[in-house]
Design a protein around this ligand. Sequence first.
Ligand SMILES: [Cu+2]
Length: 189
Amino acid sequence: MHVHNYEKLWLGASLLLIVGFISTIVYGAAGAGITMVNDEGGQVNPQELGNTSGFDDPGVTKVGPNEYEVHVVGIQFAFQPSTMEVPANSTVTFYVTSRDVVHGFEIVGTNANTMVIPGEVSKITVEFDEPGEYGIVCHEYCGAGHHSMAAELTVTEPSNFTMQDDTQTQTGGNETTNATATPSGGESA
Ligand SMILES: [Cu+2]
């Protein structure tokens, strides 16, 4: 069978396009440090979060030099805590779970993005190189107030970073650490 040269050219070009499309999908799924959230975070009883280590007092905990853990609970229609602060150039591991229905957890502008399922702990590790403000949104429709379900993450200059008081108590007692004032203040005297 005779195939015209012009037709061969088009066949070749369309094959190239198909290979190109497959490559972009493979790169998007496996390249650029992208990994799926798996079940490594473990399981919890959503009714017992108040008695579950980490989720009984959600927030930021220092676990090593430049290493932080953040426990977050999603509820209709908020994240606990609603504001978080970590220093730049640190490794931050988020443990996120839900008390009621399926929620989403996305740190806008990063590739940190997971479903939040009651009973499951979604574990994501993020490295923030630059100080900045990040919005955290719920991106799984969870009910009438879904659109208002958001939180805020502040990545501060490491030299300006001070752990908030309640987390200092967790990591080692507050007798020696109450001399430095936190920038937020918040006294109602
Ligand atoms: Cu939602």
